[in-house]
Design a protein around this ligand. Structure first.
Ligand SMILES: Nc1nc2c(ncn2[C@@H]2O[C@H](COP(=O)(O)OP(=O)(O)OP(=O)(O)O)[C@@H](O)[C@H]2O)c(=O)[nH]1
Ligand SMILES: [Mg+2]
Length: 332
């Protein structure tokens, strides 16, 4: 059924982030909504998701999907990536009056200056600014010298400075996952308590980690024995979210082993192994093979964690690379 035209006060746009080759079956698409998200959810018939929350929702006529609301004016939809579902999503957006965003991805005949203005307006990460401002000079040098252009893969990695990547923290209950998020944020965004299962709803926030803004999702603890059906569903969702992350923080503490995810994560998803509550055991941890040791209580390792996440997602060597970046092309 066609809806009434969107009211003039409603300005919301969507953008298909996970552009590229056809996704394998079972993969998820990422659709990004910016603007009047509350109104858009109502018009799309999707039950509300509060800012900072992540929830499983039904999108009538389209799909069951995960909706992550990182900020009041920003949400991500994760439906299945089949062409049929994406076509239904396009139609649903259109009939709800949610416009498709034209931005840096427009490419085509836009001037470098116009592309740059759009990219600067859209970039979330402080690290993007100087790099973007230097691109006109680099493209002048690269015009007759293709060797001065970054590869499509490298350009795609740098796009994370404009479209924040997704980081999912996952691990057993009661080991300090939420405390670590709060410490990284410098404020209490996630509830902390000394009992397993404190985090039941996933919490999503935008977080600046060493100059890179990421979408960080704190998940409920994953254990071999969920306490009830709700717990089991939250744990399945945590594993699902980890499978579509750009980076997974696989968390343990000195007394726990690294959680075994069943079925295991796809080997293509980068993982950082983090031992939390490191102050409980100053010696070697039982959970061996950690990349990092962090204590939310003392603050030890937090700065290193931020840098390590940034480095895994956007390596310093790429930030220092002087070649030209096709920053407007999401399919680069
Ligand atoms: N000693 C010490 N205790 C910590 C640290 N971080 C968290 N805690 C304590 O560990 C307990 C669990 O912390 P949470 O942050 O709620 O743990 P969680 O992993 O999010 O737990 P769930 O949500 O149940 O999965 C609380 O009592 C915290 O105060 C730390 O770095 N050192
Ligand atoms: Mg928690």
């Amino acid at each position: 059924m066609e809806r009434d035209p969107a009211p003039a006060c409603m300005s919301v746009a969507w953008f298909h982030v996970s552009a590229g080759p056809p996704a394998p079956s079972g993969a998820l698409a990422i659709l990004e909504l910016t603007g009047a998200v509350d109104e858009a959810l109502v018009r799309l018939g999707v039950r509300a998701v509060a800012p900072g929350q992540v929830g499983l929702r039904h999108w009538p006529g389209v799909d069951d999907l995960v909706v992550a609301r990182f900020e009041p004016g920003h949400a991500m939809f994760f439906p299945h990536a089949s062409p049929v579902i994406l076509a239904q999503a396009c139609a649903a957006f259109e009939s709800a009056g949610v416009a498709r965003r034209s931005g840096v991805q427009a490419g085509g005949s836009m001037s470098m200056h116009a592309r740059l203005s759009l990219a600067l307006a859209e970039s979330r990460s402080p690290l993007a600014i100087d790099l973007l401002l230097d691109q006109p000079r680099r493209w002048d040098l690269a015009e007759h010298d293709p060797s001065r252009r970054l590869s499509p893969e490298a350009s795609r990695v740098l796009r994370r400075l404009i479209d924040p990547p997704i980081v999912v923290a996952i691990g057993p209950p009661n080991i300090g996952k939420s405390s670590t998020l709060n410490a990284l944020c410098g404020r209490a965004v996630s509830i902390v308590a000394d009992e397993p299962g404190t985090t039941r709803d996933h919490v999503g926030v935008s977080l600046n980690l060493a100059g890179l803004v990421v979408r960080y999702i704190d998940t409920p603890g994953v254990s071999a024995a969920p306490r009830d059906a709700l717990d089991a569903q939250a744990q399945r969702l945590a594993i699902d979210l980890a499978r579509r992350a750009d980076l997974v923080l696989l968390c343990a503490d000195p007394t726990s082993e690294l959680v075994v995810l069943a079925p295991p994560l796809d080997g293509s998803i980068p993982v950082l192994r983090v031992c939390l509550r490191s102050d409980l055991d100053p010696g070697p941890t039982r959970a061996s093979g950690n990349d990092l040791r962090v204590s939310a209580k003392t603050g030890d390792g937090l700065a290193e964690l931020a840098v390590a996440v940034r480095e895994r997602l956007v390596p310093g060597s790429l930030l220092a690379d002087d070649r030209a970046w096709a920053f407007w092309d999401v399919r680069a």
